[in-house]
Design a protein around this ligand. Structure first.
Ligand code: 5GP
Length: 190
């Protein structure tokens, strides 16, 4: 049986990893978005069981006890996010490859657990100034949240050497193509 693979797209918030992930998922049906469990509130258009499994903190803690997670992090103060083992298995059972859109620490943990079968891609903003500008333009974050995300981004960029590939997202279309190339090479599909 072929070894079950994992693709991780990680980046500081606002670097464009969600856009790149969406592009990849749309183009390659053998890829499947790994739906994380999260304790934060559901936002506008988001759907439970599609964007996240929105669960209570109590049930998140219980899953930690049951060792149900491959990794979990308190990504923002009081807000837990985690990748469920059952989610990866669900996707592998469909003969698809999970694509994890997770934070830098989580990405390192998954990579440590599945070193042979994981491709990790770090999406880097062209500069901290541009990242701050993008977060402001997104219009979904408060000034405090932008400040938190920017300072976290600086810290996260310092870990970029831990990943298999670093892609600088100065132009979205180009970054999407680069991610695609790295993935096809990983899957021996060239
Ligand atoms: P948001 O609240 O904006 O949806 O996501 C916040 C951050 O949490 C993003 O950087 C996202 O990649 C990260 N994230 C989402 N799911 C997981 C997960 O399962 N584990 C970890 N470690 N981070 C996650």
């Amino acid at each position: 049986m072929a070894i079950e693979k994992i693709i991780i797209i990680t980046a500081p918030s606002g670097a464009g990893k969600t856009s790149i992930t969406k592009y990849l998922l749309h183009k390659y049906p053998f890829l499947s978005f790994s739906i994380s469990a999260a304790t934060r509130a559901q936002r506008g258009e988001e759907k439970d069981g599609l964007d996240y499994y929105f669960i209570s903190e109590t049930s998140f803690q219980q899953k930690i006890q049951e060792q149900a997670f491959v990794e979990w992090e308190m990504v923002y103060k009081g807000k837990y996010y985690g990748t469920l083992k059952s989610e990866l298995q669900r996707i592998w059972n469909q003969n698809q490859i999970p694509v994890l859109d997770i934070d830098v620490k989580g990405a390192i943990h998954v990579q440590q657990q599945y070193p042979q079968q994981t491709l990790s891609i770090f999406i880097q903003p062209p500069s901290i100034e541009i990242l701050a500008e993008r977060l402001e333009n997104r219009g979904t974050e408060s000034p405090e949240s932008i400040a938190t995300r920017v300072s976290k981004a600086e810290y996260e960029i310092s870990f970029n050497q831990n990943f298999n590939a670093i892609i600088i997202n100065d132009e979205l279309e180009k970054a999407c193509k680069e991610a695609e190339e790295v993935i096809l090479a990983f899957l021996n599909m060239h």
